[in-house]
Design a protein around this ligand. Structure first.
Ligand code: ADP
Length: 254
């Protein structure tokens, strides 16, 4: 079955001033992919996200998001930001956080409608947080907050979810649940997760792209694991016995 390309980067290069950050990046993300973009700190991951979201423009090359330039195509992308910088003392409820996702799609100045509320509640249902809709975001655990921010992105009714360093702010116990949730969402959505935390990603995600100035590898995690080790200059192993079968299928566990 032919899969549709939804995000394409064609020979993309980008520099901050005269410091090159990305060179000749040439790769595609396909509909319903579940892709981990990994690479060391400073490897250009955040810059790649900014390029995809149209926040910076390439010096060279072309980027297409759902057939459109990034600024027009980004409405199809639900973005889940890093949570380190969010002020969790701010007295805002879970439902209010998720409703912020509707701000992007409704006209400026219009009040939230019943439909906005329904969509926000449905997003909370998808991440299993509906019962917490009135809780203050600051009173939730790290894993629960993460779900709420995924719900906020889902409330924009995206076709692709883009998550920036999501695992850094959650504890080990929640990690496998978190990947299971992403796996469920992946039945309808493309999922792209960006992180420097390679150990977790190679355990749970079957497809990776390694980025360090350029794309060093893009393909199956199992086949590329030695490349990942080279990139990080240390051995990285698949922790096969911890991998839920439904995430990675039969080819990985021993
Ligand atoms: P990563 O997300 O993989 O850690 P970044 O995309 O944030 O990497 O950064 C890639 C390189 O670009 C780094 O060397 C970083 O110092 C540099 N850089 C990032 N943002 C800026 C900026 N706004 N101005 C100048 N240099 C930057």
């Amino acid at each position: 079955m032919d899969r549709k390309e939804i995000i394409t980067l064609h020979d993309v290069s980008f520099s901050y001033g005269n410091v090159p950050v990305l060179q000749d990046v040439d790769f595609s993300i396909f509909e319903r992919d579940f892709l981990g973009i990994i690479g060391p700190n400073g490897g250009g991951k955040t810059t790649l996200l900014k390029l995809i979201l149209g926040l910076v423009t390439p010096d060279r090359g072309e980027i297409t998001i759902f057939g459109a330039p990034p600024k027009a195509g980004r409405k199809f992308i639900g973005y889940v930001p890093q949570l380190f910088n969010f002020d969790f003392n701010f007295p805002i409820s879970v439902l209010e956080v998720v409703s912020m996702g509707r701000l992007r799609v409704r006209k400026i100045g219009r009040r939230f409608t019943k439909e906005d509320r329904e969509i926000s509640l449905e997003a909370l249902r998808q991440v299993g947080m509906e019962a917490h809709q009135n809780a203050l975001i600051g009173n939730l655990s790290g894993g629960q907050r993460q779900r709420v921010f995924i719900a906020r992105a889902l409330a924009t009714q995206p076709r692709c979810l883009l998550l920036d360093e999501p695992v850094a702010s959650i504890d080990k116990k929640w990690q496998s649940e978190f990947y299971e949730l992403l796996n469920e969402l992946n039945s309808e959505l493309t999922i792209v997760l960006v992180t420097h935390d390679v150990s977790v990603v190679v355990t749970y995600i079957d497809q990776i792209a390694c980025l360090n100035g350029k794309v060093h590898y893009h393909g199956s995690t199992k086949e590329g694991i030695h490349k990942v080790s080279e990139l990080y200059q240390c051995p990285v192993q698949l922790i096969a016995h911890e991998v839920p079968h439904r995430l990675l299928g039969d080819h990985v566990h021993d």
